[in-house]
Design a protein around this ligand. Structure first.
Ligand code: ATP
Length: 224
């Protein structure tokens, strides 16, 4: 079995304003090429969990493995390298740099990783833009494209370092149904053609029903 993510007994407490046990014994695995969605009522802990799994939040107990590597306990710099290399992340809001071009936005995470030349990164970024059918927008400023296009640029940016897993916190939450379908189809294509694993938090039942597996959360637990 080819595992890309494993969570073992992850627990988290928020201590302020008072002790709140927000995640309770979260254990599950994601295999290569699996398209998983996370659903659950508002406040059930979905975003909190996703920020831990993507290594952005390190304040928890338990163990997290990415690509069979234990990431829990790693120092900031090493963690940042692992995140940049293994995890792509798409937010509900695109967070593009509006004064930069589409191409420059997509290139940024690869520049940060610093493993490839400018030319190589530009080539890879254009490949991602082509795959998402937005290569014609490469030299446009990010502020001048539509909402659906911005989310596709955000996906291209999340893919630039060829992550093993793409995570999303309601990536279709701000989109109309046409653009949401479009993003779902892109995710499905990435799974089928690239063997990418996806872990997507969503409130959209239609979206979730089309994924391979739904993880249901309630009060900080996964419902078995
Ligand atoms: N920094 C924080 N300090 C204290 N409590 C927090 C903090 N962040 C989140 N919470 C609480 O933790 C619980 C889980 O929040 P989380 O954002 O993970 O839920 P969610 O399932 O993603 O909700 P939604 O669907 O509304 O986005 C909520 O009750 C929230 O109020």
């Amino acid at each position: 079995m080819d595992l890309v993510l494993e969570s073992k007994n992850i627990n988290k407490h928020f201590l302020k304003p008072k002790d709140f046990h927000v995640l309770k014994d979260i254990s599950f695995r994601i295999e290569k090429g699996e398209f998983t969605s996370i659903m659950g009522k508002s406040g059930s802990g979905k975003s909190t969990l996703l920020y831990i799994l993507s290594t952005m939040d390190t304040d928890y107990t338990g163990e997290l493995y990415l690509n069979n590597e234990l990431v829990t306990g790693k120092q900031h710099q090493e963690l940042s390298r692992i995140r940049n290399k293994y995890v792509g992340f798409v937010f509900q809001f695109h967070y593009l740099l509006s004064e930069f071009t589409v191409l420059e936005n997509v290139m940024l995470p690869a520049k940060k990783l610093g493993e490839k030349s400018h030319q190589e990164i530009e080539y890879l970024a254009m490949e991602k833009l082509k795959m998402l059918a937005i290569d014609k927008l490469a030299l446009q400023r990010a502020s001048r494209i539509s909402g659906g296009e911005k989310q596709r640029v955000a996906i291209a940016r999340a893919l630039i370092n060829n992550p093993v897993i793409l995570m999303g916190d309601e990536p279709t939450g701000n989109l109309d149904s046409h653009n949401a379908d479009n993003v779902f189809n892109i995710f499905k294509q990435l799974k089928e053609e690239e063997g990418l694993s996806l872990l997507i938090v969503t409130h959209d039942e239609d979206f979730a029903n089309k994924t391979d597996r739904i993880i249901q959360m309630e009060d900080g637990r996964i419902i078995p």
